[in-house]
Design a protein around this ligand. Structure first.
Ligand code: ATP
Ligand code: RIB
Length: 313
């Protein structure tokens, strides 16, 4: 079945610089640096993931009335994404992220200028719900009130809600989300939301229990980088290890993971199978440069999974 997923989230253009090593304070790094402008933003990365995996993807976001906004809208259209609810704000520029990627392990540092993302309003979101989604996916890179409005509309209409708790938002009133199908933070988001860094199984469990006590959620799925993910269903937990790949750029791994997890869970209703599927999708994304350009298609995920099963990777 082709599910319709409404993604209520952010859209950015990423200015990405790759370098052998990051500069120290006061230092300028010149040698071996490359730069690119690519499509990104947590929402773009996730909605493109849904579309490439075969969902009927609808995007609710705000871009500026500028060349970057037009470029993003063109790209969403080419991906087959419904852009009726990608609104334009004439008074602010499209969101921009500055990303530094270190060659050695593909690790990144990101600064986001939210621009038009910060003007996403409740009425925009209410309008987007007229698409009659089967699932709603939110991230925290938009105003607090917008996240809570999406959660409220989903609750009122009894539509499953998937919450990717990124980026870190100190003081975010998570409890006001109320109810979710899956709540998924990464390590730093987990620490910001619970005060517990998930560096051991014991701490993962403590943090997951705390999160499940804050939001009425069926599943807590902690994203643990190259360690994999931790799935908690309110009673039992499972660790899903990551695949060993050559990490080129980890940007968007978390967005791809949570979108793929939500997609697969909606398809089959099996959280562990969904986490394994998401782990394949995220592993592919870390082997590729950039945010949106790193998102795999369904066929690529299937081929990668088959290779792993046959022992090729
Ligand atoms: P980002 O902010 O870089 O988009 P994130 O911090 O939100 O990502 P991570 O926990 O880093 O999320 O990654 C999500 C998933 O991607 C992990 O659970 C894991 O399955 C996969 N992953 C991340 N890094 C690696 C890696 N180096 N090798 C293999 N898989 C990885
Ligand atoms: O999660 C990766 C994303 O974070 C980047 O694409 C950047 O735009 C920031 O939103």
């Amino acid at each position: 079945m082709k599910h319709r997923i409404l993604v209520v989230s952010s859209a950015n253009i990423d200015f990405v610089q790759r370098m052998a090593r990051l500069p120290r304070q006061g230092e300028t790094v010149l040698e071996n640096a490359t730069c690119k402008y690519v499509a990104g933003g947590k929402g773009s990365n996730s909605v493109v993931t849904f579309a490439r995996l075969g969902a009927d993807a609808v995007f609710c976001a705000k871009v500026g009335k500028d060349e970057n906004g037009a470029r993003l809208k063109r790209l969403y259209g080419e991906e087959g994404i419904d852009t009726r609810f990608v609104f334009e704000d004439a008074a602010s520029p499209t969101g921009l992220a500055s990303i530094l990627v270190e060659e050695e392990d593909g690790a990144n540092r990101i600064i986001v200028y939210p621009g038009a993302n910060s003007t996403l309003a409740d009425e925009n979101i209410e309008e987007a719900f007229t698409c009659y989604p089967d699932g709603v996916f939110v991230q925290l890179e938009i105003p607090e009130q917008a996240v809570l409005a999406a959660a409220r509309f989903a609750r009122e209409k009894e539509i499953p809600l998937f919450v990717d708790a990124g980026p870190v938002r100190p003081g975010f009133p998570l409890e006001e989300i109320g109810r979710a199908e899956i709540l998924s933070p990464n390590e730093t988001e987990c620490e910001a939301l619970t005060g517990i860094y998930p560096d051991s199984v014991e701490n993962c469990l403590k943090a997951a229990i705390r999160l499940a006590g804050t939001v009425e959620t069926k599943y807590v799925v902690l994203k643990l980088g190259s360690r994999g993910s931790f799935v908690y269903d309110g009673k039992y937990y499972h660790l899903v290890p990551a695949h060993k790949v050559q990490a080129v750029d980890t940007t968007a791994a978390g967005d791809v993971f949570t979108a793929a997890l939500s997609y697969a869970y909606l398809q089959k209703g099996d959280i562990l199978e969904a986490a394994r599927f998401a782990t394949y999708a995220a592993a592919i994304s870390v082997t590729r440069e950039g945010a949106v350009p790193s998102v795999p298609t369904l066929q690529q995920v299937k081929d990668f999974a088959a290779e792993i099963r046959e022992g090729g990777k």
